[in-house]
Design a protein around this ligand. Structure first.
Ligand SMILES: [Zn+2]
Length: 294
């Protein structure tokens, strides 16, 4: 690490799913449930205003379905200097398609971001963090530089593999390390599980004080013990945009910013810098456990 490097980078990421998560992931035909997603378009301007006031840039993961529903908001996100990240077409699970179907979903997401904002994203985050066994190779073929959907590390990036094989009977077989940077995520640093209420499956509606304690705990650990790492928070405008949660977010950002050597960056900027410092072959030599036993 250079002396000029930040001690810890902080990526505040917003998955602007709008209606797509209820239509694609939840398969809802219920106008009331789908309207929860519309609130994301109400919350997005207040989040953008907060980021503008703090002069912070963030990464916005936007499904093609959302870009076509709210093109003015997506252009505003772009115009205010934020990064746009591919987030599927209508928040579908890539593993539920064959290869042609998975390509179609990637194409439709790219076309929508191009048509509405003229942007070709460098990064990909899969809807609900699901991937198919072929996703890594497809993302490389499409020219993506990084993914942010996996959980194989916490505050340090790594390179993904393709060709892993698993079964109930045989030992795990590690595939080949591929030049796709992973910026890892975790459900523990996502606002959806603690806050979003879904009848019968997710109790949600946590007190902000409880979430504040766990998120600050992870941040403080990363700041103390993971120099040069990346702390990624995954938020949804339709979830974090409620009043008491906006106040929580402001308190958290104040806490992060008060610590020495913390910078706020987009996922894309961090990934590019990390890749330059960690070419895939030398990283592989230095991190054998990610490539499996030799
Ligand atoms: Zn999403």
């Amino acid at each position: 690490m250079n002396v000029s490097d930040p001690r810890l980078s902080c990526a505040i990421t917003f998955d602007f799913d709008a209606m797509s998560v209820w239509i694609g992931s939840m398969r809802s035909n219920n106008p009331s449930m789908i309207s929860r997603g519309e609130f994301g378009a109400v919350a997005t301007p207040r989040i953008l205003e907060m980021l503008r006031r703090r002069r912070m840039r963030a990464s916005w993961c936007v499904p093609g379905h959302t870009a076509l529903a709210y093109p003015d908001l997506v252009r505003r996100i772009r115009d205010e200097g934020h990064e746009l990240v591919h987030h599927g077409w209508v928040h579908e699970n890539p593993a539920s398609f064959d290869e042609a179907g998975e390509r179609r979903v990637l194409d439709r997401g790219l076309e929508a971001l191009d048509r509405t904002a003229g942007v070709r994203p460098r990064g990909y985050r899969s809807p609900a963090w699901d991937l198919s066994p072929r996703s890594v190779d497809l993302l490389l073929e499409y020219g993506f530089e990084y993914d942010s959907s996996c959980m194989g590390s916490d505050f340090f990036p790594y390179y993904l593999r393709s060709g892993d094989r698993w079964s109930l009977d045989e030992p795990y077989v590690f595939g080949e390390t591929r030049p796709l940077v992973e910026l890892p995520v975790t459900w523990g640093l996502d606002d959806f599980p603690p806050f979003e209420f879904i009848l019968g499956s997710n109790t949600g509606l946590s007190a902000p004080s409880a979430v504040e304690e766990t998120w600050k705990g992870d941040f403080d650990y990363a700041h103390a013990s993971c120099a040069g790492g990346l702390f990624t928070l995954t938020l949804h405008p339709q979830v974090i945009g409620r009043g008491h949660r906006m106040l929580l977010l402001e308190r958290l950002i104040d806490h992060f910013a008060s610590r020495e050597g913390v910078v706020f960056e987009t996922l894309g900027d961090y990934a590019r810098r990390w890749r330059e410092r960690n070419p895939v072959e030398s990283w592989k030599q230095a991190n054998p456990s990610f490539a499996g036993p030799r």
